[in-house]
Design a binder for this molecule. Sequence first.
Ligand code: AMP
Length: 281
Amino acid sequence: MKIFRTISELQNWGIPNQNNNIGYVPTMGALHEGHLSLVKHSKNTCKITIVSIFVNELQFAPEEDFEQYPRTLEQDLAKLKHLKVDALFLPLSTEIYKNDFSFLISEKKLSQKLEGLSRPGFFSGVTTIVCKLFNIIQPSFAFFGKKDIQQLIIIKKMVSDLNFNITIVGCETIRESSGLAMSSRNQYLSNEDKKSASLLYKTLVLGKDLLNNFEEVGSVKLQMKTTLENNKKIKIDYISIANLDTLREFKKNVILKNEKAVISAAIFINGVRLIDNIIIE
Ligand code: AMP
């Protein structure tokens, strides 16, 4: 596996021309099976797979966990080598954001909902870095997790609105056996916290079952809220039942048969913020 620390090193590599067949997996490291599933997807789809690890300060608010964010480079390298990744892009922050960097790529609609309401500035941090990394790496395919469904929807929109010639592939969420979605931030949780955290996915499944039984949207949200609040460790940030394409909240009581929906929620456990979602197709 080649490791590139600078943009010029990567671009001088002269990526073997593989007929538009470069797969790219952007990450912030602390790799787990969720990340590795994206890598496997890329390996199965493309001739060349490039992974990046970059903890992007631009998407963290000042009070968030940029400094504490888990950094486990040794283990990450071993996992990527094991999967026979072709190249890892591991830039320094100073390489990505020069002193006079003054640009921001912002989405104006989808990013104003859900995560965007709770984390102002988060999505412009994400779209700016992904846009830069797409320009640097110029992949034909890029792989993102459905675990971060709003991010996936916004990146797809960015590629469409800004005419990137890249196919965005959404990959299924990988979970612990308890149902807890894998996340680098799970490292902040004790075993006891993880047990509580697994209630998040169970509650999403409950929501999906209730909606499939034609329960009213308001009543479903209420039952989900009650279920989560039964656990004293959990503080709810939001529960949403929205259209999968537009992220518009369902106001009508019952979701129509031909509509795709996403139930998503964000909770805090001991100050650790966790998100998850389930799709109804
Ligand atoms: P991150 O390192 O958290 O920025 O995540 C990098 C990529 O991995 C994003 O596309 C995430 O959506 C994806 N990802 C994170 N956790 C999971 C998971 N449990 N299952 C599938 N994909 C995931």
